[in-house]
Write a protein that binds this ligand. Structure first.
Ligand code: HMG
Ligand code: MG
Length: 298
């Protein structure tokens, strides 16, 4: 039996825009986020409080949070890599933050210039400080299905890191197929291993669609009872420190499949397409989302 209701956790403004060569003006980012809220999205990762040297596209995080409309019931989150990022997120009025680490050493070094052990210690420190300040903390684990530098990532290591993050007090752990190499059987194996140690509502899936398997992997998750799926408007996304990473599972594709299977998301698909059209106009090229292109072509 499938869950009756799931959350689509929108990452387009963060995962999508961090990966565009051109930095969007702050007012355009705010316009896109407002359109996502108007479509009924309730959980949106709006930006990152990371080093502007590493991700210049998101250097306007403070200004963006001033410009974007806040609405009760809509939770904005942002990536924080360290205590400095947490302080910035807190000052900007966020009630939720996301820590992020990798399951492979090489990606960890390239992405945040830390070993996995250093990154884990940092994530624990940030989580403790955030919870003390009354914030909720989400956690990401990248390269779970494979690493662009190292290839195979052992599932035992994934389980070990996930358990430590959950013990540290994150409320949800988002498993990243950073470069979109996962296939459904592997997804089943990873979930089976993790579900021996944590309840299913602790887990979210963050699937990049590089090789067209994101929706199939999401379906495996849904069947296993996962109720949070990360997705990005129009299928934007990628990681600048993971060569070859393409966009995330498109929000419209996820919502279309879920609604068609009788699973509620609280999102208005027509309005989501309007937001996708805005994203496409602002970015200035055709986006990869399949449902979006089908709807715009009608
Ligand atoms: P570093 O250079 O090793 O360390 O960066 P640092 O502490 O020496 O900092 C360098 C400079 O950045 C310093 O400035 C710091 O003050 C400043 P300087 O003294 O040179 O003028 N700095 C900051 N500024 C603003 N906010 C901060 C901050 N921290 C330091 N929070 C660091 C280490 C972790 C900071 C850096 O590597 C970094 O910011 N990395 C972020 C990379 C990133 O955002 N990657 C993409 C997101 S992850 C992803 O996409 C995967 C995901 O989607 C899941 C999936 O798909 O798998 C989540
Ligand atoms: Mg990602």
């Amino acid at each position: 039996q499938l869950p009756r209701r799931v959350d689509v956790y929108e990452v387009g403004p963060r995962d999508g825009l961090q990966n565009e060569l051109r930095t969007l003006p702050t007012r355009d980012k705010a316009r896109l986020i407002n359109a996502l809220v108007a479509a009924g999205e309730k959980r949106i990762e709006v930006t990152s409080f990371v080093s502007p040297k590493w991700i210049p596209q998101l250097a306007d995080a403070e200004e963006l949070l001033k410009q974007v409309g806040r609405r009760p019931g809509v939770v904005f989150s942002a990536l924080v890599p360290n205590l400095k990022g947490l302080e910035r997120a807190q000052a900007a009025g966020l009630e939720e933050a996301a820590v992020f680490i990798s399951a492979s050493e090489a990606h960890s070094k390239k992405n945040i210039n830390k070993t996995i052990a250093e990154a884990l210690a940092g994530a624990k420190e940030v989580t403790a400080a955030a919870r003390k300040a009354g914030m909720r903390v989400r956690g990401y684990l990248s390269t779970v299905w494979g690493c662009p530098y190292e290839g195979h990532v052992p599932v035992e290591r994934v389980v070990d890191i996930c358990r430590q993050l959950v013990d540290a007090g994150i409320y949800q752990l988002s498993l990243g197929d950073t470069i979109g190499v996962g296939t459904p059987r592997q997804t089943e194996e990873i979930l089976t291993a993790l579900l021996q140690h944590m309840p299913v509502d602790t887990l979210a899936l963050h699937l990049h669609d590089t090789r067209g398997t994101a929706l199939a992997n999401a379906l495996v998750g849904l069947s296993a009872g996962v109720t949070t799926f990360d997705a990005s408007i129009g299928g934007l996304g990628g990681c600048p420190y993971a060569p070859g990473a393409a966009g995330n599972l498109a929000s419209e594709d996820a919502v279309f499949m879920l609604h068609g299977m009788g699973v509620d998301t609280g999102i208005d698909l027509d309005k989501l397409v309007e937001a996708g059209e805005i994203a496409q106009e602002l970015i200035g090229r055709k986006l990869a989302g399949k449902y979006l292109q089908a709807a715009l072509g009608e």
